[in-house]
Design a protein around this ligand. Structure first.
Ligand SMILES: CC(C)(COP(=O)(O)OP(=O)(O)OC[C@H]1O[C@@H](n2cnc3c(N)ncnc32)[C@H](O)[C@@H]1OP(=O)(O)O)[C@@H](O)C(=O)NCCC(=O)NCCS
Length: 164
């Protein structure tokens, strides 16, 4: 998988790409007005150019953090930038005490979230003009499994094979 320069960036740096990919009908000011307080953004850069962005911030029940605004430039898709951003957003949330990370995932992006451990937590629904979505969640259980797999490495050492 390609490696990207991944870093936290100001929210305003994400708006042009989010508008182009996700909300062409909104102005940059309208996008800014919909950014929840406390959100942070990450960007992935290739050759010095911003190719993918995503936001995360506390939203919902205590301990809940929401991922939103995931967008990769069309000519840069399918090279792992979106997955790298998602990993950075989840890591950021967990480091700040998140016990559940959730999102409203567009249906074609479902496998991106599933690869990161998210599970479908609703039926498919369709907000006006935005296409079909699922609520998806990464709960404490999936976070623990992810952490254990990272520590243990090999897939054959997954928890069901471990002894007490
Ligand atoms: C979703 C998106 C951010 C993924 O970025 P990316 O850099 O291509 O991501 P990766 O290369 O890490 O992973 C590719 C995954 O993107 C998803 N994807 C592919 N085509 C897609 C499309 N047209 N729309 C949405 N998601 C798509 C798939 O889940 C794919 O996973 P797969 O390889 O298992 O099929 C990017 O496709 C995009 O900007 N899509 C349009 C906007 C959007 O749907 N945003 C997500 C809102 S929840």
């Amino acid at each position: 998988m390609e490696s990207f320069d991944l870093r936290a960036i100001p929210l305003e740096e994400t708006r042009a790409l989010r508008r182009e990919v996700l909300r062409p009908c909104m102005t940059l000011d309208e996008l800014a007005a919909h950014e929840p307080a406390g959100s942070v953004a990450f960007g992935a850069f290739a050759g010095g150019e911003l190719v993918a962005v995503g936001l995360v911030g506390p939203e919902g029940e205590p301990g809940d953090w929401r991922v939103r605004g995931m967008a990769t430039r069309e000519d840069a898709r399918g090279r792992g930038a979106g997955s790298a951003i998602l990993q950075a957003l989840v890591q950021h949330a967990i480091e700040r005490g998140a016990t559940r990370v959730w999102c409203h995932a567009r249906t074609p992006a479902r496998s991106l979230y599933e690869r990161a451990g998210f599970v479908v937590a609703s039926g498919e629904f369709e907000p006006p003009r935005l296409g079909p979505h699922y609520r998806m969640e990464l709960g404490a259980e999936q976070m623990d499994l992810g952490a254990e797999q990272m520590e243990l490495g090999a897939p054959e050492q997954t928890p069901q094979c471990a002894t007490d």
